[in-house]
Design a protein around this ligand. Sequence first.
Ligand code: G16
Ligand code: MG
Length: 216
Amino acid sequence: ALSACLFDLDGVLVDTAKYHFLAWKQLANSLGFDFSQAQNEELKGISRVESLRKILAWGGLDLPQSRQEELAQLKNGWYVEMISNMDETELLPGSLSLLESLRAHHIGIALGSASKNAKLILARTGISSYFDVIVDGNMVSKSKPDPEVFIRGAALLQVPASGCIVFEDASAGIEAAQRAHMKTIGIGQSTDLPAADMVVPDLSKIDLDTLQRLCC
Ligand code: G16
Ligand code: MG
């Protein structure tokens, strides 16, 4: 039976990918090369340091660790400035009503995000109070597709993996959820997320009946 829903943040509840894109592009440009939307797609769900490693490789740069840490910090400073102006209008369609409905039916709600800025984003968009449990990039050592983030979420909620549904927009996240033995709902296009149990364009297409059927 359905016990809990675990949500990825970026690309599922909010669209922060556009801010990641702007901040990474600014960093790449400052290093003398460009960065495309298509490349940004490949960074979905990937941690900050791994994203930087990929971007530097695309730019043909091999920099020492200390310089990489400076650059990651520089990008994050720009990114945090951008997301500090977010508000509830930047929630993706269906986010709020699904959270409401889960809470009304006493279904557990957890966040499972790679972002170290997750709590700021939840606060800015006004949805912090819906989450029984928050697992973010500050709490896990292995990033998606490792299942750690979702296993931690279920453990903190004290529910079995078999009663959990994970919402994810990145294939690395779908893989992580499946390795945690959880059901998966992909947000986006089925061609991009072929491994998911079901795929919807956004959370407005999800109701409680669908979730309960998926978990039985
Ligand atoms: C998100 C984004 C990634 C980003 C990562 C780390 O993960 O999808 O693009 O690189 O968080 O973010 P930060 O630099 O804020 O720590 P998720 O898991 O919420 O999709
Ligand atoms: Mg995501």
